[in-house]
Ligand binder design. Structure first.
Ligand code: UTP
Length: 293
């Protein structure tokens, strides 16, 4: 049976200015948390949700992402010749045989909305997922990943679904903020969405995290959108327009989000995922505990 959501868009053409100097010549999405680049966590999350076609919207400095998901013949034959089968498996598992990767360029960083619009032809006429790799999302132990939870919600509502979380009111200026009515456990029927409102103007404290399932109706909205906050074409503004024509739902996901586009979030992810890492977790946790005492 065909999966409900077949394609995922990964906008990775941003400038990553909050992470300078690391991001001057290298892709933010290739920063590794423990041993895996951010983009691989996001691709694995989409794959676990049944998605097999990955569409990357790339920009300058992002060549390494293409290389990462390409076959590395030289590396593979060296590992094979040396009998390093476990490492060979690790290298091969980055891009399973049934997964395809395609790339489209965003010529200038004109905003997240513009980046999504660049994928229009590749996405085609069906609903699709959007994952922002700098939001590293970890689902509950033994449970489904965040995108898998979103696909289940899509199956129920057959409309766009936004991943949301409650944030402290003083942080509303960092996010798109939604308002609406609770219609089921953890699900809000969205009536409004605004980009980065001041705490005193925010309609709620429900913030959009970097996971979306969108209907293709979003492209028509993006095409007609004037530039918004910061001179960028904002995805949030297009969703606000879409709301006038279609239902949009917000879903309070179960799990943890690390804002790895910020230095603090990146460090938090490194410590949390380091402590639970299969290979080094125990020793790292002991080392951390030793430092604290
Ligand atoms: P951010 O808001 O994190 O922007 O974008 P940024 O440029 O990457 O980072 P800062 O704020 O300068 O530090 C959210 C997501 O949208 C993508 C980014 O790559 C990131 O995944 N994006 C943003 C684009 O692909 N194109 C853009 O023009 C803007």
């Amino acid at each position: 049976m065909k999966p409900l959501i077949e394609k995922a868009v990964f906008p990775i053409a941003g400038l990553g200015s909050r992470f300078l100097p690391a991001t001057k010549a290298s892709a933010k999405e290739m920063l590794p948390v423990v041993d895996k680049p951010l983009i691989q966590y996001a691709v694995e999350e989409a794959y676990a949700a049944g998605i097999r076609q990955m569409i990357f919207v790339t920009g300058r400095t992002k060549r390494s992402v293409e290389d990462h998901f390409d076959t590395a013949y030289e590396l593979e034959s060296e590992l094979e010749a040396a009998g390093k089968h476990e490492l060979l498996q690790v290298a091969r598992s980055i891009a399973p045989d049934d997964m395809t990767c395609v790339y489209v360029r965003q010529p200038r960083a004109l905003g997240l909305g513009h980046a999504v619009l660049c994928a229009k032809e590749l996405v085609g006429p069906n609903p699709f997922a959007v994952l922002l790799a700098d939001d590293l999302m970890v689902g509950p132990a033994g449970g489904g990943g965040i995108m898998q939870q979103m696909v289940s919600q899509y199956a129920q509502w057959r409309a766009s679904v936004l991943a949301v979380q409650d944030v402290p009111r003083e942080h509303t200026q960092r996010y798109g903020i939604v308002s609406g009515k609770d219609v089921a456990d953890g699900v809000v029927d969205v009536s409004g969405i605004v980009e980065k409102p001041k705490p005193e103007n925010a309609p709620s404290t429900l913030a959009v995290a970097g996971r979306y399932i969108l209907t293709p109706g979003i492209f028509a909205e993006l095409e007609h959108l004037p530039r918004g906050t910061g001179g960028e074409i904002q995805l949030t503004d297009a969703i606000a327009q879409l709301l006038r024509r279609e239902k949009v739902f917000a879903y309070r996901y179960t799990g943890t989000r690390y804002d790895c586009g910020s230095k603090l979030g990146f460090l938090q992810a490194t410590v949390d995922l380091g402590e639970t890492h299969a290979q080094v977790g125990r020793e790292f946790a002991q080392w951390l505990a030793g430092r604290a005492s």
